[in-house]
Design a protein around this ligand. Structure first.
Ligand SMILES: Cc1cc2nc3c(=O)[nH]c(=O)nc-3n(C[C@H](O)[C@H](O)[C@H](O)COP(=O)(O)OP(=O)(O)OC[C@H]3O[C@@H](n4cnc5c(N)ncnc54)[C@H](O)[C@@H]3O)c2cc1C
Length: 527
């Protein structure tokens, strides 16, 4: 049987692309290496009776357009949005909670600094205004640099007009902020270290960069484009992250797509010709009119495609595409609810919990990974999803998801196989200082190192975003300049994953944008 479209990988972007393409009438097959669909967005049993989002713990946010187009609520998606976005903890037992509600946040900040409380509303409003101008870029195919089409120019013109509408002060801010180190940006707005570090965290999340690295403010601008706020979102689906991808899989199947799990692709061949083929581990060959890779760019071009099919120049650029992972994940099954020092109201724990109280703390944590060592004082981004969704753990018990940064993919001394226990103990020690007694509550733990991210989840270099999201790997440069429109040098091979614009995070937009371009090529008879 020949398929119109075969998608390698059932991450959320692969599933989004499958939904749109199957809906447009194309015979669509999705092949997923793991036994579950979802990629970064999966819920799995971590200990008998305890289920946790294995990797991601808060949704990007997912594009509202994608949710509406694919009718995800009808297919089972139910979102939980805590009032608190992030609770930041300080070592002296003080805590600062940032809510969606600006007034409530100002009252919290007032306990630390009257000046910061005064600055905060304008900080929020400015990012919200700028975010509205940038938002249309997310759902846009980046323009061709060499031969921009009329549509490219039209879209860019609209963004240009919106930019002019911002007014001089925000225009200047936007141009100035993008290349800035996030530590400088937050230093201009706030004097409280805890607030500075908590806001700056969005700029370094998942990045091989510290707050003093140039260009890290881009993460805040991109977050504002995605959901109007510079601070990371905290909402998650009922049933954990798998709730999102199960809804997408249901929508894809309802649209006619076929999904196969435990189907690892070992080779994409002949994609330069009219007869591409996908070969599975075990040798099965699948004929298809086009192949779409949801795997990251390095995996796609350096592992799945025969190098003979690619120009040496392209291969060289792809080898230089940077994807140095710095994140590990620890999921815990807890025998009861832990208590954090200085936190009296448990509702504050429903969003993200941030440990990384100062800019210098975050920079030092990055320093360690720069020199091939995991940080003894890591930046932790924590979520306790069972607080909002009791279905995840037995009554009175909890699951806790801990994103640990910085943990470099390549260790200078030893390796992950021999050092993961030491790494986990180091994280438990850090948690113990903020939540005394946590060790006694742990009944199960799942430690996922950057090497596991590569070997088990297919993420090259263990990079959580399929490659660094720096200015040189962004928008028209993602993954490479000249190849940012989801097409590749191989006529019948496309990309649809987070290594394409608009990049990492559970937005569904890489999948949606890619599907639009691919459907267009089918309609024009190009494939
Ligand atoms: C530890 C961690 C924490 C994160 N936290 C968050 C978060 O809280 N919020 C957020 O928005 N984002 C988070 N991210 C980022 C988010 O997971 C990614 O941006 C997102 O998953 C990208 O989606 P995708 O569909 O493009 O790719 P992926 O989710 O990576 O899916 C790619 C799929 O392709 C499959 N695949 C790869 N190779 C093959 C092959 N040869 N054959 C068949 N299948 C293959 C993989 O198994 C996988 O299922 C996190 C990522 C990690 C790793």
């Amino acid at each position: 049987m020949t398929y119109d479209v075969t998608i390698v990988g059932a991450g959320h972007n692969g599933l989004v692309a499958a939904c749109y393409l199957a809906k447009s009438g194309l015979k669509t097959l999705v092949l997923e290496a793991r036994e579950v669909v979802g990629g970064g967005a999966v819920t799995e049993e971590l200990h008998p009776g305890f289920r946790c989002s294995t990797l991601d713990h808060a949704v990007g946010p997912i594009s509202s357009q994608v949710v509406a187009d694919l009718n995800l609520a009808r297919h089972g998606l139910e979102m939980i949005t805590p009032e608190a976005r992030v609770l930041a903890l300080a070592p002296d037992g003080r805590a600062l909670c940032i809510y969606d509600d600006v007034g409530r946040t100002v009252s919290e900040i007032e306990k630390f600094s009257a000046n910061d409380a005064k600055s905060y509303p304008e900080f929020v409003n400015s990012f919200s205004r700028i975010g509205r101008v940038l938002a249309p870029l997310l759902g846009m195919t980046p323009p061709s640099i060499d031969q921009p089409t009329k549509t490219d120019l039209w879209h860019l013109g609209k963004v240009g007009l919106a930019f002019r509408g911002l007014g001089k002060r925000d225009e200047y801010r936007l141009l100035r902020w993008a290349p800035m180190a996030v530590a400088d940006l937050v230093g201009e707005w706030f004097e409280t270290e805890l607030l500075r570090a908590t806001v700056a965290a969005r700029g370094i999340h998942g990045a091989f960069a510290g707050p003093w690295s140039a260009g890290t403010s881009l993460g805040l601008l991109w977050q504002a484009a995605m959901d109007g706020s510079a601070i990371g979102s905290a909402s998650y689906p009922k049933g954990g992250m798998g709730g999102l991808t199960q809804a997408l899989a249901n929508a894809a199947k309802a649209a006619g797509a076929e999904i196969r799990t435990s189907a690892r692709v070992s080779q994409i061949s002949g994609a330069y010709s009219d007869k591409p083929k996908v070969v599975l581990d075990g040798g099965e060959e699948i004929e298809t009119r086009v192949v779409i890779s949801n795997a990251d760019p390095r995996t796609t071009f350096l592992n799945l495609v025969d190098p003979i099919d690619l120009e040496p120049n392209f291969l060289l650029k792809m080898r230089n595409y940077r994807a140095p992972g710095v994140v590990a994940k620890i999921n815990l099954a807890l025998d009861g609810l832990l208590s954090f020092r200085g936190v009296d109201d448990h509702k504050k724990l429903f969003g993200r919990i941030h440990i990384g109280p100062e800019i210098d703390y975050l920079e030092r944590a990055f320093d360690a990974s720069k020199y091939g060592e995991f940080s003894s004082d890591p930046y932790l981004d924590i979520n306790i999803p069972s607080l909002g969704d009791p279905s995840l753990a037995p009554e009175g018990r909890h699951v806790m998801s801990v994103h640990v940064q910085y943990a470099p993919y390549k260790l200078k001394s030893g390796d992950w196989a021999t050092r993961s226990e030491e790494f986990a103990n180091n994280v438990f020690d850090k948690l113990e200082t903020y939540a005394p007694g946590i060790r006694d509550l742990i009944v199960g733990a799942h430690v996922i190192t950057p090497l596991d991210l590569e070997q088990e989840f297919g993420l090259s270099g263990g990079h959580i975003h399929h490659g660094e999201q720096t200015l040189d790997q962004f928008f028209t440069f993602r993954p490479l300049i000249g190849w940012a429109q989801y097409r590749t040098p191989l006529k019948r091979l496309y990309l649809c994953g987070a290594g394409t614009h608009p990049g990492g995070g559970l937005t569904g937009l890489s999948g949606a944008n890619a599907a639009r371009e691919i459907a267009r090529d089918f309609k024009a008879g190009k494939v």
